[in-house]
Design a protein around this ligand. Structure first.
Ligand code: GSH
Length: 206
Protein backbone atom coordinates (compact mmCIF):
# COMPACT_ATOMS: atom_id res chain seq x y z
CA UNK A 1 0.00 0.00 0.00
CA UNK A 2 1.12 3.55 -0.70
CA UNK A 3 -0.48 6.95 -0.23
CA UNK A 4 -0.07 9.65 -2.87
CA UNK A 5 -0.36 12.83 -0.90
CA UNK A 6 0.59 16.46 -0.42
CA UNK A 7 1.03 17.03 3.33
CA UNK A 8 -0.29 20.44 4.30
CA UNK A 9 -3.30 20.49 1.99
CA UNK A 10 -6.66 20.02 3.74
CA UNK A 11 -7.85 16.79 2.11
CA UNK A 12 -4.56 14.92 2.51
CA UNK A 13 -4.48 16.19 6.09
CA UNK A 14 -7.79 14.44 6.77
CA UNK A 15 -6.19 11.11 5.86
CA UNK A 16 -2.95 11.82 7.74
CA UNK A 17 -4.96 12.73 10.84
CA UNK A 18 -7.05 9.58 10.48
CA UNK A 19 -3.89 7.45 10.17
CA UNK A 20 -2.38 9.08 13.26
CA UNK A 21 -5.57 8.51 15.27
CA UNK A 22 -5.56 4.84 14.29
CA UNK A 23 -1.81 4.34 14.66
CA UNK A 24 -1.55 3.07 11.07
CA UNK A 25 1.65 3.65 9.13
CA UNK A 26 1.58 3.67 5.34
CA UNK A 27 4.47 4.70 3.10
CA UNK A 28 3.66 7.82 1.14
CA UNK A 29 4.77 9.56 -2.00
CA UNK A 30 4.57 13.32 -2.16
CA UNK A 31 2.89 14.69 -5.26
CA UNK A 32 3.53 18.42 -5.61
CA UNK A 33 0.15 19.96 -6.39
CA UNK A 34 1.74 23.44 -6.60
CA UNK A 35 3.78 22.13 -9.52
CA UNK A 36 0.64 20.44 -10.89
CA UNK A 37 2.29 17.02 -10.76
CA UNK A 38 -1.14 15.60 -9.98
CA UNK A 39 -2.44 16.96 -13.26
CA UNK A 40 0.18 15.25 -15.42
CA UNK A 41 -1.27 12.95 -18.10
CA UNK A 42 0.44 9.98 -16.40
CA UNK A 43 -1.00 10.71 -12.96
CA UNK A 44 -4.48 11.23 -14.37
CA UNK A 45 -4.33 8.15 -16.58
CA UNK A 46 -2.78 5.75 -14.07
CA UNK A 47 -3.61 7.01 -10.59
CA UNK A 48 -6.61 9.34 -10.36
CA UNK A 49 -8.65 10.47 -13.35
CA UNK A 50 -9.99 13.34 -11.19
CA UNK A 51 -6.46 14.56 -10.58
CA UNK A 52 -6.69 15.26 -6.85
CA UNK A 53 -4.79 13.92 -3.86
CA UNK A 54 -4.89 11.95 -1.63
CA UNK A 55 -5.00 8.62 -3.47
CA UNK A 56 -4.36 5.22 -1.89
CA UNK A 57 -2.59 2.62 -4.02
CA UNK A 58 -3.44 -0.93 -3.01
CA UNK A 59 -1.06 -3.87 -3.26
CA UNK A 60 -2.77 -5.11 -6.44
CA UNK A 61 -1.96 -1.77 -8.10
CA UNK A 62 -5.53 -0.41 -7.98
CA UNK A 63 -6.33 3.04 -6.58
CA UNK A 64 -8.88 4.54 -4.21
CA UNK A 65 -9.30 8.31 -4.32
CA UNK A 66 -11.52 10.56 -2.14
CA UNK A 67 -10.40 11.09 1.44
CA UNK A 68 -13.47 9.55 3.04
CA UNK A 69 -13.38 6.52 0.74
CA UNK A 70 -9.72 5.95 1.65
CA UNK A 71 -10.46 6.14 5.37
CA UNK A 72 -13.52 3.91 5.06
CA UNK A 73 -11.38 1.31 3.30
CA UNK A 74 -8.83 1.48 6.11
CA UNK A 75 -11.58 1.39 8.73
CA UNK A 76 -12.72 -1.96 7.34
CA UNK A 77 -9.20 -3.30 7.82
CA UNK A 78 -8.73 -1.64 11.23
CA UNK A 79 -12.17 -1.32 12.84
CA UNK A 80 -10.99 -0.16 16.27
CA UNK A 81 -10.87 2.44 17.64
CA UNK A 82 -13.88 3.32 15.55
CA UNK A 83 -13.83 6.66 13.75
CA UNK A 84 -16.95 6.04 11.68
CA UNK A 85 -19.22 5.00 14.55
CA UNK A 86 -19.60 1.74 16.47
CA UNK A 87 -23.40 1.26 16.67
CA UNK A 88 -25.84 1.63 13.76
CA UNK A 89 -26.98 4.95 15.23
CA UNK A 90 -23.43 6.25 15.51
CA UNK A 91 -22.61 5.17 11.96
CA UNK A 92 -25.63 7.13 10.73
CA UNK A 93 -24.76 10.22 12.73
CA UNK A 94 -21.09 10.21 11.70
CA UNK A 95 -22.15 9.87 8.07
CA UNK A 96 -24.67 12.69 8.45
CA UNK A 97 -22.08 15.04 9.91
CA UNK A 98 -19.40 14.17 7.37
CA UNK A 99 -21.85 14.93 4.58
CA UNK A 100 -22.99 18.16 6.21
CA UNK A 101 -19.44 19.37 6.75
CA UNK A 102 -18.34 18.44 3.23
CA UNK A 103 -21.39 19.95 1.52
CA UNK A 104 -22.09 23.02 3.63
CA UNK A 105 -18.65 23.97 4.96
CA UNK A 106 -15.93 22.49 2.75
CA UNK A 107 -17.73 23.33 -0.45
CA UNK A 108 -18.23 27.03 0.32
CA UNK A 109 -14.69 27.34 1.72
CA UNK A 110 -13.50 25.81 -1.56
CA UNK A 111 -15.49 28.43 -3.48
CA UNK A 112 -13.89 31.23 -1.46
CA UNK A 113 -10.49 29.69 -2.19
CA UNK A 114 -11.11 29.32 -5.93
CA UNK A 115 -12.86 32.67 -6.47
CA UNK A 116 -11.24 34.81 -3.82
CA UNK A 117 -7.56 33.94 -3.55
CA UNK A 118 -4.73 35.39 -5.65
CA UNK A 119 -3.06 31.97 -5.32
CA UNK A 120 -5.73 30.27 -7.45
CA UNK A 121 -6.05 32.96 -10.11
CA UNK A 122 -4.05 30.96 -12.65
CA UNK A 123 -5.89 27.68 -12.14
CA UNK A 124 -9.48 28.82 -12.81
CA UNK A 125 -10.90 30.14 -16.08
CA UNK A 126 -12.49 33.11 -14.34
CA UNK A 127 -12.59 34.29 -10.76
CA UNK A 128 -15.95 35.74 -9.73
CA UNK A 129 -15.45 37.91 -6.63
CA UNK A 130 -19.21 37.94 -5.87
CA UNK A 131 -19.07 34.15 -5.67
CA UNK A 132 -16.32 34.40 -3.06
CA UNK A 133 -18.34 36.96 -1.10
CA UNK A 134 -21.54 34.90 -1.13
CA UNK A 135 -19.69 31.82 0.03
CA UNK A 136 -17.91 33.75 2.78
CA UNK A 137 -21.33 34.49 4.24
CA UNK A 138 -22.31 30.82 3.96
CA UNK A 139 -19.18 29.76 5.85
CA UNK A 140 -19.82 32.29 8.63
CA UNK A 141 -23.44 31.14 8.94
CA UNK A 142 -22.39 27.53 9.08
CA UNK A 143 -19.95 28.23 11.89
CA UNK A 144 -23.01 29.45 13.83
CA UNK A 145 -24.87 26.24 12.99
CA UNK A 146 -22.00 24.08 14.25
CA UNK A 147 -21.66 26.23 17.37
CA UNK A 148 -25.31 25.52 18.19
CA UNK A 149 -24.76 21.79 17.58
CA UNK A 150 -21.73 21.74 19.86
CA UNK A 151 -23.77 23.37 22.62
CA UNK A 152 -25.50 20.00 22.85
CA UNK A 153 -22.74 17.45 22.40
CA UNK A 154 -19.01 17.05 22.97
CA UNK A 155 -18.29 16.19 19.33
CA UNK A 156 -20.18 16.67 16.10
CA UNK A 157 -21.68 13.19 15.91
CA UNK A 158 -22.21 12.81 19.67
CA UNK A 159 -20.07 11.66 22.57
CA UNK A 160 -17.18 10.29 20.50
CA UNK A 161 -14.51 11.93 18.37
CA UNK A 162 -15.01 10.82 14.75
CA UNK A 163 -14.10 11.36 11.14
CA UNK A 164 -16.66 14.17 11.10
CA UNK A 165 -14.54 16.12 13.61
CA UNK A 166 -11.41 15.49 11.55
CA UNK A 167 -13.18 16.79 8.46
CA UNK A 168 -14.43 19.88 10.26
CA UNK A 169 -11.06 20.69 11.86
CA UNK A 170 -9.11 20.37 8.59
CA UNK A 171 -11.69 22.54 6.82
CA UNK A 172 -11.68 25.18 9.56
CA UNK A 173 -7.88 25.44 9.64
CA UNK A 174 -7.83 25.84 5.86
CA UNK A 175 -10.59 28.45 6.10
CA UNK A 176 -8.71 30.40 8.77
CA UNK A 177 -5.15 30.24 7.47
CA UNK A 178 -5.61 30.55 3.70
CA UNK A 179 -9.02 32.14 3.32
CA UNK A 180 -9.13 34.67 6.16
CA UNK A 181 -12.16 32.94 7.66
CA UNK A 182 -11.55 32.06 11.32
CA UNK A 183 -14.52 31.21 13.50
CA UNK A 184 -15.54 33.82 16.06
CA UNK A 185 -14.26 33.50 19.62
CA UNK A 186 -17.80 34.43 20.65
CA UNK A 187 -18.88 31.04 19.32
CA UNK A 188 -18.00 29.52 22.66
CA UNK A 189 -19.08 25.94 21.99
CA UNK A 190 -17.29 25.81 18.67
CA UNK A 191 -14.23 27.41 20.31
CA UNK A 192 -14.25 24.85 23.13
CA UNK A 193 -14.43 22.01 20.59
CA UNK A 194 -11.79 23.63 18.37
CA UNK A 195 -9.29 23.99 21.23
CA UNK A 196 -9.83 20.41 22.28
CA UNK A 197 -9.55 18.74 18.88
CA UNK A 198 -6.60 20.95 17.90
CA UNK A 199 -4.80 19.66 20.98
CA UNK A 200 -4.99 16.02 19.90
CA UNK A 201 -1.62 14.63 18.81
CA UNK A 202 -3.16 13.67 15.44
CA UNK A 203 -3.97 17.33 14.77
CA UNK A 204 -0.24 18.06 14.58
CA UNK A 205 -0.33 16.20 11.24
CA UNK A 206 -0.41 19.03 8.73
N1 GSH B 1 -12.96 15.20 -2.87
C1 GSH B 1 -11.55 14.95 -2.81
C2 GSH B 1 -10.84 16.29 -3.02
C3 GSH B 1 -9.37 16.12 -3.38
C4 GSH B 1 -8.72 17.48 -3.61
O1 GSH B 1 -9.35 18.41 -4.15
N2 GSH B 1 -7.47 17.61 -3.18
C5 GSH B 1 -6.76 18.84 -3.38
C6 GSH B 1 -5.80 19.07 -2.21
S1 GSH B 1 -6.70 19.52 -0.74
C7 GSH B 1 -5.96 18.79 -4.67
O2 GSH B 1 -5.45 17.75 -5.02
N3 GSH B 1 -5.85 19.93 -5.34
C8 GSH B 1 -5.07 20.06 -6.52
C9 GSH B 1 -5.84 19.78 -7.77
O3 GSH B 1 -6.99 19.37 -7.72
O4 GSH B 1 -5.26 20.01 -8.84
C10 GSH B 1 -11.17 14.29 -1.47
O5 GSH B 1 -12.04 14.23 -0.60
O6 GSH B 1 -10.07 13.79 -1.30
Amino acid sequence: MKLFTYPGAPNPRRVHMYLAEKGIEIPFERVDIMKRENRSPEFMADINAMGGVPVLELDDGSHIAESIAICRYLETLHPTPSLFGASAQEVGLVEMWIRRIELYLMMPVGMVWVHGSPLTKAVVKQQIPEMAELNREMVKNYFGFIDRRLAKSAYLAGDHFSMADITALCTMDFAATLNGLPHSKEQVYLSRWYEEVSGRPSAQEK
